[in-house]
Design a protein around this ligand. Structure first.
Ligand SMILES: Nc1ncnc2c1ncn2[C@@H]1O[C@H](COP(=O)(O)OP(=O)(O)O)[C@@H](O)[C@H]1O
Ligand SMILES: [Mg+2]
Length: 265
């Protein structure tokens, strides 16, 4: 009888370990401020798993971009714990962390730094030490996916906001990250490119977190939503449920996705 109980305990432990091994991101009681007097993120706790698709939503200034920046180690002086696949986000672990994450900045000018599109998209694969032939193949594939093959020799500073956004997205598609983070990816995209972005996002089966005001895009690409307000997580749950809750959204400075407006009854 005792042996039976032990093996049940063992089984439970194994199950727990298995669940833990699929946790890709773990925030535990994280606080962060840029300036001491003004706390920005407050007591942020959540976990995200291998195949989660998470929309990070909230009004301007609630801390969405700040949260994503903490994940890629752009601000390291946070309190609490942030782990990516069990690795704490810290100065020493940054190369490892950044290998796992593809991150699209809200502001494309912070992302793109080479003179030409091709070289920007090729930068990470080259840096990873891949042979030039493989680099070329990956760049061409990423440019084809984002439908900007015709821009490959274009100088970045001559491109429109939307073109730069697509080039930024291509830079992460040229790698094969375990996790993608996108900060306002549909900003500046025309309807056709926006639709293609949704197609790209839905084709990525691993963990993704998308911070966006575009709640229709979130609804089309995410099964889970984290709603933030004034630096805190207010709700974490099913996308359909949260994105159809007019009262909840409106009391936190948002509106129903367009596709849900006019459906009340
Ligand atoms: N570099 C910075 N220094 C000081 N305050 C900042 C800085 N970046 C952002 N903030 C402030 O942090 C808050 C959250 O900003 P942000 O994360 O960009 O919000 P969101 O992405 O949700 O719009 C805002 O009040 C913003 O003014
Ligand atoms: Mg932002």
């Amino acid at each position: 009888m005792y042996a039976g109980r032990a093996s049940r305990q063992e089984k439970n432990l194994r199950k727990e370990l298995e669940i833990m091994s699929h946790i890709h991101i773990a925030f535990n009681h994280v606080n962060f401020s840029y300036e001491k007097s003004a706390p920005i993120l407050q007591d942020i706790t959540f976990t995200a798993h291998e195949h989660d698709s998470i929309g990070l939503i909230g009004a301007n200034g609630v801390g969405k971009s700040t949260l994503l920046k903490l994940l890629v180690g752009l601000n390291l002086n946070y309190e609490g714990s942030i782990r990516i696949e069990e690795i704490p986000v810290a100065k020493e672990t940054l190369p490892k962390i950044r290998e796992k994450i593809g991150y699209v900045f809200q502001d494309s000018d912070s992302q793109l730094f080479m003179p030409r599109v091709f070289d920007d998209v090729a930068f990470a694969p080259r840096n990873y030490g891949l042979p030039e032939e493989e680099v070329k193949k990956r760049v061409e594939k990423a440019l084809a996916m984002t439908k900007i093959g015709h821009l490959k020799d274009k100088q970045i500073y001559k491109m429109s906001g939307g073109e730069k956004k697509l080039a930024s997205i291509a830079t992460i598609l040229a790698m094969t990250p375990d996790i993608i983070l996108m900060d306002e990816p549909s900003i500046a995209l025309d309807p056709r490119n926006r639709r293609n972005l949704i197609h790209i996002l839905n084709g990525f089966g691993h963990l993704k977190i998308i911070a966006s005001h575009d709640l229709d895009l979130v609804l089309d690409t995410c099964s889970r939503v984290i709603l933030m307000h004034e630096g805190r997580i207010i709700q974490d749950g099913g996308a359909k449920e949260i994105l159809s809750d007019k009262e909840l959204l409106e009391s936190h400075g948002l509106e129903l996705p367009f596709c849900m407006q006019g459906q009340s009854g």
